[in-house]
Design a protein around this ligand. Sequence first.
Ligand code: PMP
Length: 427
Amino acid sequence: MSRSEELFARAQQTIPGGVNSPVRAFRAVGGTPRFIAAADGAWITDADGRRYVDYVGSWGPMILGHQHPQVLAEIRRQLETGISYGAPTEAEIEMAELLSRRLPSLEMVRMCNSGTEATMSALRLARGATGRDYILKFEGCYHGHGDALLVKAGSGLLTFGVPTSPGVPADLAKYTLTAQYNDLGSVEALFQAHAGQIAGVIVEPVAGNMNCVPPAPGFLQGLRDLCDRDGALLIFDEVMTGFRVGPTGAAGLYGVRPDLLTLGKIIGGGLPVGAFGGRRDVMQKLAPVGPVYQAGTLSGNPLAMAAGLATLRLLDDAALYARLEAATAKLLAGLKQAADAAGIPFLTTQVGSMFGLYFTAATDIRTFKDVMASDAERFKRFFHAMLDRGVYLAPSAYEAGFVSSMHGEAEIEATLLAAREAFALAR
Ligand code: PMP
C-alpha cells in the first residue's frame, strides 16, 4: 500500500470523502488522490516521495511557482510582526491601491477570504444597489458554492432556476436565471422575459470551470450592452483570470469594463483571499457607509496581504507574462504534435498561461455543449498515464490547467516525453 493510499483511507474516517474540497478526491478520474508533502518551483512531491510537474498550481494561485523566495520572505517578515489583528492595517490600503491601479474598473475594493465570499458578496451588493432580485449566470461557469450560484436552468429556456444541490431552497434558486456561454441570444431572451428585474449578470470572462473556453469575439461587449440597456450590473468573476490571463486580467485583455469584479487565488499568493470591487457609487452602498451588509473576521489578514502584495509586485512585469504565454504555447504545440503522432483527435485552448485540453475532433470549442461532447473517458486514461509518468494535471476533464513562471525547458520537455507515451496508452 502506498503512503497516499494509507492517508486516503485514514482521511475518510474523519473527513467526508477524505478531502476538504470535492475535486481533490479524484472521483472524476478514479484512483487514489496523491497526498502532497511538499512543493518547490514547478514541482510537487507526494507522500511517497514521488515528484510531479504541477499544472494545477493550487488551482491557479501559484503563478510564480511554489516557494518563491520573495513571497516567502514577505510572509516571514509579517510573521514576526503579527498574524491577525481584526483592525485596519496599512497593507490593506496598499493592496486596494495596487488592485485599483492595475485594474481600472476597481474604483474601490473590499477584501474577503475566498472566491466564494467574493461572488456571494458582489451579488448581494448588486441586488442591494439595484433593488432587483434576479441574477443571470451561465451554464458551465462556476462562481463558488454560494446558495444562489448552485443553480441550473429548469427545463425550457424561460423557466425558473432549480438547485443543483440539496440544501438550496427552490424559492431562492428561482431568482437565478441560466443562459448559455458565448450565446448572446440566450441572454437577450432572459432579459426580455425579466425586463427591469435582473440585478446583475455574472460571468467568467474566460470560462475556466468547464475546461478552458475563451469568450467568442463580441460576447463580453454584447453582455455589456445588454446590461446597459436594461440597467443591470455586469459582474466579471475574475477569481481565476485576474492576473492570470494577463497583467490587467480578462477585463483589460478584452477591453470590456464591468461594474463589479471579483478576485481570489493569485492576489493571495497561495494564502486564503478573495476580493470584490468596482464602481465607486455601487461600492459606497456597502456597510459601514451604506446599507448592504458584508464583513469578515479575517478579511484583509496581514499574512495574506503580505503574500498577495509580494506576488502582485513581482507580476508587475510585462516580460514575465510574455514568457508565461510563450511557455504555455510551446507546451500545447508539443502536446498537439504528440497527439497527432498517436492518431488521437485532440484540441487545445489557451489564454495567457491558462489552458484547456480536449479529446475531440472538433476544430473549435465555444459552448458548454461543445465541452461536453469531448471524450472524458479518454481523458481519464491520459490523466493516469501522465500521473504515472510524473505529470500532475487537474483530475477532471472539465478544469483549466495553469503554467507558472517556473515551468522552464526542462519541465516542458519532461511533460512532452511523458505525453508521447501517455497518448499512445490512451488510444
Ligand atoms: N469563481 C471562480 C471563477 C472560480 O474558479 C472559483 C474557484 N475555483 C471560485 C469563484 C470560488 O473560489 P473559492 O474556491 O476560493 O471559494
